[in-house]
Design a protein around this ligand. Structure first.
Ligand code: PEP
Ligand code: MG
Length: 342
């Protein structure tokens, strides 16, 4: 997979002033470039990400501003917020994820959100496709806030091609409306999908054709692949990122993206866990997005990885068929990147 270019690094002026800031390039010991971006929930995360020198925002969880309010934010309020974020990362990519509510993220002010099986219910893209006014306001705000630059918008919990097409259709509808209204908006839009639901994987070739970029959300992907509620402590011992089915799934997605040249990032927790970084790099992942506090440690861990070794390790791991076999092959957990102080 081609190395990513690193646009606009010089434009994050605060980076050099922070002693824990990361180096502008993240490379393996033999020089393979890995793009290192940050996950952002709140503006304070964006500030930390910028201070530490993240190359962009690989996941902006837009639901947080919805959750901390007492009512739905208006289009205008969202526009102001997104503009604020764009101002903090004027040159780095920002992957705006559309509203990911439902599951354990309930909007207290929204009727009928309690469900028997919330993680299998009206969550994420299902919620926004059922509540189109909310979806439209959010996409309009994103388009407007990114006027003069490229917007990366991505949809969570996609489980069929139809959902991706419906999401893209909403973006196109918003573009027509804004055009008709004479408002300024982004005239270059990349539409992406998160890989979180296992049904995407047998169809990944088609998703790679239709999506402009893909982002693997390992937190949900593991939950849905292994049928383990990620929030339920009673089954936490069954939530296993190193289950061979998880690792083979990641490999299947990364391989298709590499072959097709589709930009792929990993933005779930696995992306900051040192044990898995050689595997991810070995299967071809070249873009990671982590909580900002992990940026320095992840960069250091990557600097100790040799690409050919990582590829050989990934091959061995992919041949394993049991959790135990994989565990024996993984680097020791003491190599885990430690979070920097925020
Ligand atoms: C994920 O599922 O891995 C992910 C990044 O999304 P979230 O943690 O917000 O569900
Ligand atoms: Mg998720």
């Amino acid at each position: 997979m081609a190395a990513h270019s690193r646009p606009g690094l010089a434009a994050q002026p605060a980076r050099a002033e922070d002693p824990s800031a990361i180096a502008p390039r993240t490379c393996t010991s033999d020089g393979e470039v890995i793009r290192l971006m940050a996950n952002v929930n709140l503006m304070s995360d964006a500030d930390l990400a910028r201070r530490l020198g993240a190359e962009g925002i690989g996941l902006y969880r837009t639901e947080f501003p919805f959750m901390v309010r007492r009512e739905l934010p208006t289009e205008e309020e969202q526009y102001e917020l997104y503009r604020d974020l764009v101002a903090r990362f004027p040159h780095g990519e920002i992957h705006f994820r559309t509203l990911d509510v439902g599951g354990d993220k309930v909007l207290s002010y929204f009727p009928d959100m309690r469900e028997q099986n919330p993680f299998l219910g009206v969550r994420s893209i299902r919620f926004t496709l059922r509540n189109r006014d909310i979806f439209i306001q959010q996409i309009r705000a994103m388009l407007r806030a990114n006027a003069g630059r490229k917007l990366h918008v991505m949809f969570p919990m996609i489980s069929s091609i139809e959902e991706l097409r419906a999401g893209r259709g909403m973006v196109e509808q918003c573009i027509s409306e804004l055009h008709a209204e004479g408002l300024e908006f982004s005239n270059e839009v990349a539409v992406g999908a998160m890989v979180e639901v296992p049904s995407m994987v047998p169809l990944i070739d088609q998703f790679a054709r239709e999506a402009d970029f893909l982002a693997i959300g390992t937190n949900d992907l593991i939950q849905y692949l292994l049928a383990v509620d990620r929030t339920n402590e009673k089954v936490a011992h069954l939530y296993l990122p190193h289950h061979p089915a998880v690792l083979r799934t990641l490999h299947a997605v990364a391989s298709v993206c590499s072959e097709r040249g589709v930009p792929l990032s990993v933005c779930g927790d696995m992306a900051h866990q040192g044990q898995y970084l050689p595997f991810l790099i070995g299967i071809g992942v070249r873009s990671l997005s982590v909580e900002p506090v992990y940026l320095p440690a992840v960069q250091n861990t990557i600097a100790r990885i040799h690409l050919a070794d990582a590829q050989a390790l990934a091959e061995e791991i992919l041949a394993a068929t049991s959790v135990e076999e994989v565990a024996a092959l993984l680097p020791a957990p003491q190599d885990e990147p430690q979070a920097a102080r925020a």
